[in-house]
Design a binder for this molecule. Structure first.
Ligand code: BDP
Length: 710
């Protein structure tokens, strides 16, 4: 090697190592595990100086387990945010520069047991609350504030939850699989428990507590009786011991026929004295291991699950029997209203109302009836469930689905806060105008203290918890809304982006814009104008042609009712008359196809292909326009994501960018399947300006069939 070449070579090595050494941590990649609790170092110098005034120590007089967790979280958070070790002490005297936890017996500012107030006083930051749970939530709120680099000047925030039971429902099975889970296997390792307690359980609890979630149902609503055995109760107790430290109570889904299958009784009839005694003893056995056990969640007489109707009894009989077993304890019974029968002439839309409204006022006060947001099943868009406007004598909880069963699994980016908000803001008119679903659910409409919001979890053991990195935002949004349903979708998205992805305003602008439009885009290429698709199969691939199923309401054609004349489900008096289940003011909004807003049109009307819509297009043209612009808007989402790239971690950027490519491909798949299938009925040309699908209907069907093969 010549001297010149050698020097050049040496120079190259130096440059390479120098640029590496400049920032050894650069681009290590963010695997998403830390969620929104990253606590990345504060970069704004002025703000950092403000924060550093309060780091002499944490004064913690909340000595219980939850108070300890709060202190520990604050210590961890501040260390990472400010790079400083901060001591915890219980006797902080009259010093300043501390963050002080103080339990107060009464306060005008703190309306609820779990609420908190953060304020400045005597050179200290005070976190005030009526319970240790409130302190913990105050700590997470302060850390959120700091992560977002907000000033402490004039800091004075008070916040109380609007809902008492803020819960995740896990549809996790004892074998580690998750029903409708798209982010790996279950977090719960039943075969290792109770001896081995996975450290991840604590991180799960921290993430939930940071949002205010205070309950979790560990197992699938299609429940195994196993969870009622002593073997499994002690396993559950080991998880409960971890969750408790973060103010989270543990609940179980129960198999209604357990007295028979596990207990060996001849019946599970809820009015049978032996059955009642069995449940009482079972509940007592659970409380022995889990003294703060939350209660039961029950799916009964639904989709083949056993229930009280097997014995000629009602849902109320079943629920009240279980409530009786909880009488000596704090626990509750959450009874699901997701029911429908296999009647070829029935409208599944109407089923829950028909079974539950006659039982209004018949449930024990310890029972909360949990109602899915819509009457059918977690569709990309549904009108609100008519139960919310018709059961004033029963506390109704609401169930949302966070996991994306009908929203493209883990490859489509769909930000769900607008779905949740749309339902909560709907007016039921139960007590006249302004009787929103939110007011029914938060108890203010009918005066209930036992109030509940549940979300079907989207977590699994994927390193980043939710598979799609952007799906973390849905867990986040659910939790934040369960605490305060008045937060806006935009505010929640901005918060989540700042905590999780980037502090850059510019990048956040692109990402939040994309998140906020993502649901409408999905609806456009998937189920526009009020179509729905809860048919059987994998809930993933488009199959609008599917007309064979073990029951009529497990086919696609049952829902869209497309024929040569038009498309849509007539739910007015000339059809199933499901509309009559709503209050008259709601009926008025949807009764006339000319006045029904387009997003709900085909939910309530069978509309002719050539009918002119308010957009100036015929129904056929409007449908095509939606399918095409929806699929094309995924390109726009890709652009927004790319514009944010300079301010994103490279691993997260690539992960999402690749998933968006899948989404684009699948959006076209959905578009083509619908357009070609509907065209075979409507017999109309693809409107000018849109390129006809490159594939034939037969070819799309073939590609879908691949996904249905065993
Ligand atoms: C449907 C799901 C099914 C659930 C059911 C339920 O496809 O897996 O068991 O809801 O909520 O959406 O019970």
């Amino acid at each position: 090697m010549t001297r010149r070449l050698f020097l050049l070579f040496l120079g190259l090595i130096l440059i390479a190592t120098a640029s590496y050494a400049a920032d050894p941590s650069a681009d290590e990649g963010d695997d998403g595990y830390r969620l929104w609790l990253k606590y990345e170092a504060v970069t704004n110098a002025a703000i950092k100086a403000e924060y550093l005034k309060y780091t002499t120590f944490i004064g913690n007089s909340a000595k219980g387990e939850i108070g300890q967790s709060a202190a520990q979280e604050l210590q961890t958070g501040l260390k990472k945010l400010l790079g400083k070790n901060i001591n915890v002490t219980s006797s902080f005297g009259a010093r300043s520069g501390a963050i002080v936890f103080r339990i107060v017996t009464s306060s005008n500012q703190i309306q609820q047991e779990e609420g908190y107030q953060i304020t400045l006083s005597g050179g200290n930051i005070l976190i005030l609350a009526r319970s240790e749970n409130g302190i913990l939530y105050g700590v997470f709120a302060l850390l959120r504030h700091m992560q977002m680099q907000r000033t402490l000047k004039n800091l004075n925030v008070a916040s109380s939850p609007k809902i008492r039971y803020r819960m995740l429902n896990h549809w996790d099975n004892p074998d580690g699989t998750i029903e409708r889970g798209y982010a790996g296997a279950s977090l719960w390792k039943w075969y290792e428990l109770p001896e081995r307690v996975d450290p991840r359980y604590a991180d799960y609890a921290r993430a939930n507590a940071s949002l205010g979630i205070n309950g979790t149902v560990l197992n699938n609503v299609n429940a195994s009786a196993r969870f009622m055995s002593q073997e499994y109760i002690v396993k559950v107790a080991a998880i409960a011991n971890v969750l408790r430290k973060y103010g989270i109570k543990t609940y179980l889904s129960v198999y209604f026929a357990a007295p028979k299958t596990l207990g060996g009784l001849p019946t599970s009839d809820p009015l049978d004295p032996q059955v009642r005694a069995w449940w009482k003893e079972k509940v007592a056995q659970i409380y022995k291991e889990i003294p703060d056990f939350g209660g039961f969640l029950v799916k009964a007489n639904s989709e083949g699950e056993p229930g009280p109707q097997d014995y000629g009894r009602t849902h109320a009989d079943g629920a009240n029997m279980l409530a009786e077993a909880f009488e000596p304890y704090d626990g509750i019974v959450i009874w699901r209203a997701f029911v429908y029968k296999a009647d070829p002439n029935a409208d599944r839309f109407k089923a829950a109302y028909e079974e539950f409204v006659p039982l209004d006022g018949k449930f024990d006060p310890k029972v909360i009836v949990q109602v899915k947001n819509g009457p059918i099943d977690f569709q990309p868009r549904e009108p609100f469930s008519p139960l919310f406007g018709n059961m004033p004598k029963t506390p109704l909880g609401i169930e949302f689905q966070i996991t994306q069963e009908y929203l493209g699994f883990a490859t489509h980016a769909v930000y769900e806060a607008p779905i949740f908000k749309e339902c909560l803001d709907s007016d039921t008119y139960v007590n006249g105008e302004g009787s929103t679903v939110a007011k029914v659910v938060d108890g203010s409409m009918h005066g209930y203290a036992r109030t509940l919001m549940a979300g079907v979890a989207n977590t699994g053991n994927s390193r980043n918890w939710t598979g799609h990195p952007l799906a973390q935002a849905n867990w986040y949004a659910f939790g934040r809304l369960s605490w305060d349903h008045q937060l806006s979708s935009e505010q929640i998205a901005q918060e989540w982006v700042a905590l999780t992805l980037t502090r850059s305003q510019k990048a956040s602008g692109h990402i939040t814009k994309m998140m906020l439009r993502s649901r409408e885009i999905y609806v456009d290429y998937n189920t526009p104008l009020g179509l729905s698709r809860p048919w059987m199969g994998v809930h993933f691939a488009p199959e609008p042609w599917q007309n064979k199923g073990s029951r009529p309401d497990w086919t696609a054609v049952y829902y869209h009712r497309a024929d040569s004349a038009g498309i849509g489900f007539d739910r007015t008096s000339s059809g199933s008359n499901a509309l009559a289940q709503y209050r008259p003011q709601v009926q008025q909004k949807w009764i006339d196809p000319d006045k029904t807003s387009l997003p709900y049109l085909l939910w309530f009307h069978h509309v002719r292909w050539d009918k002119n819509l308010s957009t100036g297009k015929s129904l056929w043209e409007e449908l095509c326009t939606r399918f095409y612009t929806g699929a094309d808007s995924v390109l726009w989402m890709q652009q927004q994501w790319d514009l944010a790239k300079p301010d994103l971690d490279s691993e997260v950027y690539a992960n999402v960018a690749q998933r968006l490519k899948v989404q684009r491909r699948e959006a076209i798949w959905w578009r083509d399947a619908w357009v070609l299938y509907l065209q075979s009925l409507a017999r109309q040309p693809i409107p000018a300006g849109f390129e006809p699908p490159k594939q034939t209907l037969e070819e799309v069907k073939q590609s879908v069939n691949v996904y249905l093969m065993r």
